[in-house]
Design a protein around this ligand. Structure first.
Ligand code: ARG
Length: 297
């Protein structure tokens, strides 16, 4: 079965960024450092709509709220291997979009709960040093407060301050903040178990408008594992606040990649959470690459 073969390959290659050799904070990213980073754009106006992350050869993970106005896939284009929004991108490929799958329980109201969506590319991409899928956190993952994480994107560099030309992909290092602390700090919306927070109490480093849908990643056991999706915040980089991310581990099933070989029928609904793990047939099956790493203690 072709699909299960690429899943095995994805689980094998995900989260390795051969060109990610340095760790510095809040700066232009070097090409190839974050090879899963995607830019989702409107094709007619070339407007960067949202960030995203490649998770296998033909799916990009992003935020559901990116499609609040429309989830019509026509008119969307996804760029991978992109470094600059206004310069040359020798390692780039682009794909049109055939499907936008918004989480069935996405709360479109004030809550932003289950802010997760999948974008299906028109044709599969070939992995290169500059185009590699991220590993996804599973229910067995844990991201304790203080765990070193990175966010990346082309979003604003401050409230209403667009990224200056040539708009090089930005990277910022921030720690995970525990949900209890985050709940105390964020008053405007409920922080649910489907969310994970990150940022410094002092503020100053955060995602901002335009970074939505982009990945929050941590390096675990030599691989980059995506723990969150940029979702919302109170302003940007505000002291005594935090960035709020969709908790990826609540939306993946903790399966063993080797079981793909033997028993494809044991695939589970990849959008199910620990609470309701009922199997919903077809649509959400097969989509996620999961890297079955041990929980850190
Ligand atoms: N909702 C914003 C977007 O659509 C992302 C906001 C993230 N804000 C933050 N302070 N972390 O781009």
């Amino acid at each position: 079965m072709v699909q299960s073969n690429f899943m095995v390959n994805t689980a094998f290659v995900c989260g390795r960024a051969p060109l990610n050799t340095r760790i510095v904070g809040g700066a232009n990213a070097t090409p190839g450092t974050w090879p899963w980073q995607a830019s989702i754009q409107t094709s007619n106006t070339s407007l960067h709509l949202c960030g995203g992350s490649l998770i296998n050869v033909e799916f990009v993970l992003t935020a559901a709220h990116c499609f609040t106005i429309s989830n019509d896939p026509s008119g969307l284009v996804v760029f991978l291997g992109r470094q600059s929004q206004r310069g040359s991108n020798p390692n780039e490929v682009s794909r049109t979009v055939t499907q936008v799958i918004v989480h069935p329980d996405f709360n479109r109201g004030i809550m932003n709960d289950n802010d997760i969506a999948l974008v299906k590319l028109s044709t599969p991409v070939t992995f290169t040093n500059f185009i590699v899928p991220a590993c996804l956190a599973t229910p067995a993952s844990s991201f304790h407060s203080g765990i070193d994480s990175w966010i990346t994107g082309w979003g604003d560099i401050g409230t209403e301050l667009p990224l200056p030309l040539p708009q090089i992909l930005q990277e910022v290092r921030i720690p995970v903040m525990g949900n209890r602390e985050c709940k105390c700090l964020i008053s405007m919306r409920a922080i649910t178990d489907n969310m994970i927070c990150a940022g410094f109490r002092a503020g100053g480093k955060d995602a901002c408008q335009g970074d939505s849908g982009g990945p929050l990643v941590s390096k675990q056991f030599g691989r980059w594992v995506q723990s969150g999706i940029v979702s919302f915040g109170e302003g940007c980089a505000t002291p005594d606040s935090a960035g709020v991310y969709t908790r990826v581990s609540r939306c993946t099933y903790n399966h063993n990649p080797s079981s793909y070989h033997h028993n494809p029928s044991t695939y589970h609904d990849n959008f199910s959470t620990q609470h309701h793990n009922k199997h919903k047939p077809s649509t959400y099956d097969h989509y996620f690459s999961t890297y079955n790493h041990k929980p850190s203690t």
